[in-house]
Design a protein around this ligand. Structure first.
Ligand SMILES: NC(=O)C1=CN([C@@H]2O[C@H](COP(=O)(O)OP(=O)(O)OC[C@H]3O[C@@H](n4cnc5c(N)ncnc54)[C@H](OP(=O)(O)O)[C@@H]3O)[C@@H](O)[C@H]2O)C=CC1
Ligand SMILES: N[C@@H](CC=O)C(=O)O
Ligand code: NA
Length: 428
């Protein structure tokens, strides 16, 4: 069979892993596809930068058109990141009949439909397994493995950087800033780590998962997002004491054909499998009406795990080309989008209040919950010798979030409440 020739856009953390795996696993790749896989050219910003792998100097280029216009390149692997110029390069490559493999969730979340349409127009494949949960083959699982089922819930720890930070804060009492720096040095964080810690990276990934899982065209604006930057060590300690772990959880749910997608710090009951997903590991929990509970676990970021997904996509491109079925993998979100806003969703809440330690306060608090029809699962007063106020921990039953907003509004002026320290969604 004809060899498959790839051009790489980017030679950073992920690009370097792709080169290593293509070189290291060549024999198996040939056996699986019937074609050898070669990397012809690699686009970088700076050719003279020192690299951790040896690449022939004639392979590196600073000119993207050397790859996009290259007559022999069959597939362009985009691992440079960002929206532009990556979007333009991908669209130009597709219009020249080149297949595309990308790790770019920013781009797929915002412009996925445009890119997939251009691919269909030109009979090309676009694969993006590495864009969600790095080394976990979750996209293939949703599109192929669950094709026979109706998915009702997807819960994901889909950002490695924040899970690494939360794990180190919980297990070692480490400071937020120190661990973020470590995650950046390990190559887990985005070029601008704000998108990791503020939940945007997870929101982009949840946009992709919800679109594929529910067959609905979910857009990034449909996702309600809160990151981890305001989580205190105290919150994490309280969670632990009560049997929970704090995780940045993406939750996509479908109820009566309307969907909601949220990303927020969540207290996960230690008995739930997502609670023990630590460090840079990711996990995606999928509930299907027929199959019930499933969970997929693995490294969510890092050089070789992410590159594994990219090279698996290259194998898919090679197999399709060799079988003459390129561009036939059609995915069209065929269901009408009916959204429930964050306010319309029901879930359990954890609340930590600092209150006056005097008779009648608890009764007033209970009355506010009752007025807004929020029922309580447990109330606990924690002694804290360093705090003159009483610390009250309340866990609600599933509560409508519009009602919870009203409860919080009333608490702002309620006599006896000093402050609401924190509120978290509770799962498991
Ligand atoms: N890191 C990870 O663990 C994961 C990353 N991803 C995604 O993979 C993609 C790549 O990430 P990562 O490898 O970490 O990124 P890096 O920042 O490590 O690497 C980016 C590479 O692209 C090159 N590059 C960037 N912009 C340009 C440009 N305008 N023109 C030419 N070359 C350019 C850089 O060149 P130079 O080397 O000269 O600076 C560098 O080689 C991103 O979309 C990211 O979100 C997905 C899953 C996991
Ligand atoms: N910055 C991302 C990289 C993978 O997508 C993460 O931390 O998960
Ligand atoms: Na993946």
């Amino acid at each position: 069979m004809k060899p498959i020739k790839a051009g790489l856009l980017g030679l950073g953390t992920v690009g370097t892993g792709v080169v290593r795996i293509v070189e290291g696993h060549q024999e198996d790749l040939v056996m699986q596809t019937g074609s050898s896989l070669t990397i012809e050219k690699i686009l970088v910003k700076n050719r003279s930068k020192e690299r951790s792998i040896t690449v022939g100097p004639d392979k590196l280029t600073e000119d993207p058109w050397e790859i996009i216009n290259h007559e022999e390149i069959d597939v362009v692997v985009e691992v440079m990141g960002g929206i532009e110029p990556a979007r333009t390069y991908i669209l130009e490559a597709l219009s020249r009949g080149k297949h595309v493999v990308t790790a770019n969730k920013d781009l797929m979340a915002l412009h996925g439909q445009e890119i997939l349409a251009k691919a269909a127009e030109n009979g090309c494949d676009v694969f993006y397994e590495a864009s969600v949960a790095g080394g976990i083959p979750i996209i293939r699982t949703l599109v192929e493995g669950f094709a026979s089922d109706r998915i009702t819930k997807i819960m994901g720890i889909v950002n490695g950087t924040t899970n690494y930070i939360l794990t180190k804060m919980s297990q070692e009492g480490a400071s937020y800033e120190d661990v973020l720096k470590e995650a950046q040095e390990l190559g887990y964080a985005e070029a601008d780590p704000t998108s990791d810690v503020e939940g945007l990276d997870a929101a982009r990934k949840m946009t992709i998962l919800a679109t594929l899982g529910f067959n609905v065209n979910v857009s990034l604006d449909d996702v309600s997002v809160k990151g981890i930057s305001s989580i205190s060590k105290e919150d994490i300690l309280y969670a632990k004491k009560l049997g929970y772990e704090v995780k940045l959880l993406g939750i996509a749910e479908r109820k009566d054909d309307s969907i909601s997608v949220t990303v927020q710090p969540t207290m996960v009951n230690r008995s739930h499998p997502l609670a023990s997903v630590n460090g840079v590991f990711n996990a995606v929990y999928v509930y299907g009406e027929a199959v019930g509970e499933t969970m997929f676990y693995g490294p969510g970021a890092g050089e070789l795990p992410t590159a594994t997904s990219i090279v698996a996509d290259l194998v898919a491109v090679a197999k399709n080309r060799n079988l003459g079925v390129s561009g036939r993998r059609v995915f069209t979100p065929y269901k009408e989008k009916k959204l429930r806003t964050a306010e319309q969703v029901d879930y359990k809440n954890f609340m930590l209040l600092h209150v006056e330690d005097e008779p009648g306060v608890l009764a007033k608090i209970a009355k506010v919950f009752a007025q807004h029809e929020v029922s309580l699962e447990s109330v606990l007063q924690q002694p804290n010798p360093n705090n003159p106020k009483a610390e009250l921990i309340i866990i609600t039953h599933d509560a409508n979030q519009a009602s919870m907003t009203k409860v919080l509004e009333d608490f702002q002026t309620l006599d006896g409440i000093d402050r609401v320290q924190s509120v978290y969604r509770v799962e498991g």
